[in-house]
Design a protein around this ligand. Structure first.
Ligand code: C2E
Ligand code: MG
Ligand code: MG
Ligand code: MG
Length: 282
């Protein structure tokens, strides 16, 4: 219901123009998903262990080079595609691409797991696990190679099918993160019964830490609470050394952000990794 409202408000605000563009984007996305996905690609952003600064994985983020509108970020088309039938083929493609990339990297001596962003609607698909296992088999990968970031976590409590898939994935040994912690509803109830290993603190919580004491208090005690609930904590949106240092003091486990690296296309990611590896060894 919230999503529909937001969309309606956007309609009013930007009226015909917005509506037309949204319609075009959805049509074009549908097209591109049916025809070998021209324009869609993934970028990869490293996740690091904060204490050691070692790379522990990468997050795959989707991009779309649109023939008319140019580079489009997911915030502009994922919300439109959500709650439509497009999310299924889109996520299928993302998992497939990520799996192929993990395999390619492995063949060139790079061992890294990749996490993909998945919405609650996707988790509710009955055959998600089967399709996932098929993709893993095709690429000769294991449960350790692909991880999941659960978007719109608040909705999980209302969706028993999604919850049961996430439970199964976790039981099978897949790593599960709950994304966007600290945004949207302030209801924390879902933490009591959502099976996951890692909670990702949204960048909106992190971005003012450097200058704002209240932000630091919130982050510090959030981390403490999440640790008591037996989660690992990842902070996203780390853009500078000071923020990183605070997070280290607060025992935050993992981090991600421009300070380490922006999301990069696969080849650039491999180059970044090679440089980074040398720098932590010395
Ligand atoms: P998210 O999963 O929470 O991803 C984090 C976002 O923060 C990414 O934006 C990333 O590029 C950005 N980011 C990373 N480090 C920094 C930083 O230091 N500073 C700032 N200001 N931003 C940083 P992006 O790539 O535009 O993705 C936005 C959202 O779109 C994602 O949020 C996720 O919810 C969604 N999304 C992205 N790729 C996919 C996908 O393949 N499937 C689905 N369903 N959703 C996706
Ligand atoms: Mg994510
Ligand atoms: Mg996030
Ligand atoms: Mg987000």
């Amino acid at each position: 219901a919230l999503k529909k409202n937001t969309r309606l408000m956007a309609y009013h605000k930007e009226s015909d123009e917005y509506q037309k563009r949204a319609f075009t984007l959805l049509n074009d996305l549908s097209d591109t998903l049916q025809h070998d996905h021209p324009g869609l690609y993934l970028v990869y952003q490293p996740k690091l262990h904060i204490k050691t600064r070692r790379v522990i994985g990468a997050e795959a983020l989707i991009r779309w080079r649109h023939p008319e509108f140019g580079e489009i970020y997911p915030d502009q088309f994922i919300p439109l595609a959500e709650d439509t039938t497009l999310m299924r083929p889109l996520t299928e493609w993302v998992i497939q691409q990520a799996a192929r990339q993990v395999r390619k990297w492995r063949q060139s001596g790079i061992n890294i797991s990749v996490s993909v962003n998945v919405t609650v609607t996707n988790f509710a698909e009955e055959d998600l696990i089967e399709r996932l296992q098929r993709i893993l088999r095709t690429n000769e990968l294991s449960i350790h190679d692909i991880e999941f970031e659960c978007l719109e976590t608040q909705k999980i409590v209302e969706n028993s099918a999604a919850l049961s898939t996430i439970k199964k994935l976790k039981d099978q040994g897949f790593m599960i993160s709950l994304d966007d912690f600290g945004t949207g509803y302030s209801n924390l109830n879902y933490l009591k019964n959502t099976p996951a290993h890692v909670i990702k603190l949204d960048k909106s919580l992190i971005k003012d830490m450097k200058t704002d004491k209240s932000s630091r208090i919130i982050v510090q005690h959030t981390i403490e609470m999440l640790h008591k609930l037996n989660y690992l904590v990842l902070a996203e949106g780390i853009e500078d050394e000071e923020t990183l240092n605070y997070l280290g003091q607060y025992n935050c486990d993992q981090g991600q952000g421009y300070y380490f690296s922006r999301p990069l296309v696969a080849d650039n990611f491999a180059q970044w990794l090679a440089l980074h590896d040398t720098s932590i060894k010395s």
